[in-house]
Structure formats: structure tokens, C-alpha cells
Design a protein around this ligand. Structure first.
Ligand code: UDP
Length: 326
């Protein structure tokens, strides 16, 4: 099979490309290298099974060409990270909604199956824990920019499921919970790479708010295994699946754990949300996935613990620090 992976040189996309090649497939990665990085796929470029095409997912003619060259599509291209979303809301909304519209139109024209990656952000501030796929999405006001991301991704889901409903285009929606691992950058706000780099440099570890908010972190290796497991399953068409890990930790506990694992020199600094993002920012208090649905379909069970994840991220950053002479 030849797969199109939009966002193929991003953090998750590049791991997915590797996995597909490992499984004997060939991959066409489409990425505009805005938040995706060439270095993520540089090691794949001399492989005959891999091709990188540098263009935006909103360029319909390019996307259409790519779609015709492939058997199925993993659509990962998206604006990424809360920081970017808050700082560049127009680009965020246009990329998410516009890009998905382009991909789905091309997929519909040429009848190619699509796996759309969505996000646990769509559950919004729902307090019903854990989050199950059929639960309500509880969004905040349109004046709070953070919700633009959740709403745009929810609209993507509606559009994908609408294609399934109206023309039986094979579409599956994967809602990714916090995903971590090598190649993730802290540049767009992601908490684990940020805390690890602060800890390794002996700088203050910045906990936003009071640190009682919690998250569950999945290792990218588990996540891409679930994505490839869902693709091509007829029972998954027209369905939504949570993907992640359900081991919960508060952000303050996470900061303390990373502080110890990185040498214990960093103080922990509490930063009010208004200072970290923008006044009126709303954070999610808890975010835990119900994983029963994907487990029932493909036997998915996360294999990597938070300690494994932290060890991987620390090893990668230590290695980069050594290379850069830090
Ligand atoms: N966070 C933090 N310090 C940082 C970056 C993030 O305390 O330097 C918090 C953030 O407010 C949120 C959690 O860590 O409560 C996870 O943030 P991230 O941006 O990684 O993902 P989110 O779950 O918000 O999409």
C-alpha cells in the first residue's frame, strides 16, 4: 500500500511514516514544514519507500495530486499546540478547517479511505471523567481564543462523519490525547519537553496555574500503533476512537518528578495563567480517556508508562545537549 500522510514531517507524523515503512508500505509525506521539521524525516529521505512533498494541506491542486498517487490517507496536518492557537488564531482556524475540507474533497472524489486525527480538546471542559467518545463536547465562549482549536477540530470531525453518512466515504476519526516522545518540541508549549529542558538546564520549572490540573500522557509509539491498527478496519468507518494513555498525573506532580529525574537543581516556579498565556485563558482541569472502544476493536492497550516516556525524552534532550555542546 502507498499511504499519504499529511503533516508527515511533524512529531507524530514522522513516527507514523517510520511505522508504515517498517510494515512494508510506502509513504508520501505532505508537509509545509511550518511546525513540522525537515530533521524529523531527514533520515527517511534516502529510502525508496519514502517521499516528502513540501506544500500546504490547503493547496487543493497539490493535495489532489497526492491523493491520486496513494491508496489511503492519514490526515494529521494541523495547527499545533495551545500557544500557537492563542497567538495565531486566524491561521489556526484556516489551516484546520480549510485543510481538512481540501483533503476530504479530494478523498471523496477519488474514493480514498481517510483517517482523520482529532484531539481530546474537543471534549472541552466536560467534567465527566473519563471522556468517552459519545460524551458531550463542552466548549467555552468564542471570545476565549483557546476554544477556536477545539471548535475547529470538532467541525473537522463533523465534516468527516458527514462524508461517511452521505456517500459512505470510508472515514475514521482518532481523538488523540496528550502525546509525547522523541522529536516533540517544547516550542509550541508542550509541557513535558519544556519541563525536561528546564530541568536539564537547571532553570525554574514553570507550572502554570496552581498545578492541580491533570493530564494523561501517551507515548508516540503506542499512538502510531493505534493509528495503523484503525486504518482499513471496516467496522471503524464512521466511528470516533479515543487514543492515549489513562495514567493520570497532576502537572505539579509531573514537575516534581521531572525535577528529580533531571538532577534536582531546578526550583519549581508557579506562573499565573494570565502571565503564561493571556488574560482570560481557560485550562482543562482533568483529561482522562476512556479507552474501552479502541481496546474492543483492535486490542489496543498502552505499553509505555509515564516513566518510560520521561526516560525517552530526557535521553533525547541529553543527547542533543551533548551534540550542541551544552
Ligand atoms: N503547562 C505548564 N507549564 C508549561 C507548559 C504547560 O504548567 O510550561 C501546563 C498547561 O497549562 C496544561 C498542561 O501543562 O495544564 C498541559 O499543557 P500542554 O500545552 O502540554 O497540553 P494541553 O493538554 O494543554 O493541550
Amino acid at each position: 500500500m502507498r499511504y499519504l500522510v499529511t503533516g508527515g514531517s511533524g512529531f507524530i507524523g514522522s513516527h507514523l511514516c517510520e511505522k508504515l515503512i517498517e510494515q512494508g508500505h510506502s509513504v508520501l509525506a505532505l508537509d509545509d514544514l511550518s511546525t513540522g521539521r525537515y530533521e524529523n524525516v531527514a533520515h527517511l529521505e534516502n529510502r525508496p519507500e519514502f517521499e516528502l512533498r513540501v506544500a500546504s494541506v490547503t493547496e487543493s491542486r497539490v493535495v489532489e495530486h497526492c491523493v491520486t498517487e496513494c491508496n489511503a490517507i492519514f490526515h494529521l496536518a494541523s495547527a499545533v499546540g495551545v500557544k500557537l492557537v492563542v497567538e495565531q488564531p486566524v491561521k489556526t482556524i484556516e489551516t484546520i478547517v480549510g485543510g481538512t475540507d481540501v483533503v476530504l474533497k479530494a478523498a471523496a472524489r477519488y474514493r480514498r479511505p481517510v483517517l482523520l486525527t482529532s484531539t481530546s480538546e474537543v471534549y472541552g471542559k466536560s467534567e465527566k471523567i473519563p471522556f468517552s467518545e459519545g460524551d458531550d463536547c463542552v466548549m467555552g465562549p468564542t471570545t476565549t481564543r483557546r476554544w477556536a482549536y477545539a471548535c475547529a477540530k470538532a467541525l473537522d470531525e463533523f465534516l468527516a462523519l458527514a462524508h461517511w453518512y452521505q456517500t459512505r466515504l470510508p472515514v475514521v476519526v482518532a481523538r488523540l490525547f496528550n502525546t509525547v516522545g522523541p522529536r516533540q518540541t517544547g516550542q509550541y508549549g508542550m509541557v513535558i519537553p519544556r519541563f525536561v529542558s528546564q530541568g536539564l538546564r537547571g532553570e525554574p520549572i514553570t507550572v502554570f496555574g496552581d498545578g492541580t490540573q491533570s493530564r494523561c500522557f501517551g507515548h508516540v509509539a503506542d499512538i502510531v500503533g493505534a493509528l495503523t491498527g484503525l486504518m482499513g478496519r471496516p467496522e471503524a468507518c464512521g466511528q470516533v476512537y479515543n487514543i492515549g494513555n489513562d495514567e493520570e498525573i497532576t502537572i505539579l506532580q509531573l514537575a516534581e518528578r521531572i525535577r528529580l529525574l533531571t538532577g534536582g537543581k531546578s526550583p519549581i516556579r508557579m506562573v499565573p495563567y494570565g502571565e503564561a498565556y493571556t488574560v482570560g485563558f481557560e485550562d482543562m482541569v482533568r483529561r482522562v480517556p476512556d479507552l474501552r472502544k479502541i481496546k474492543a476493536l483492535i486490542g489496543y492497550c498502552p505499553t509505555q508508562t509515564l516513566d518510560n516516556i520521561l526516560a525517552d525524552v530526557i535521553a533525547e534532550q541529553t543527547q542533543q545537549g551533548v551534540v550542541q555542546g551544552r
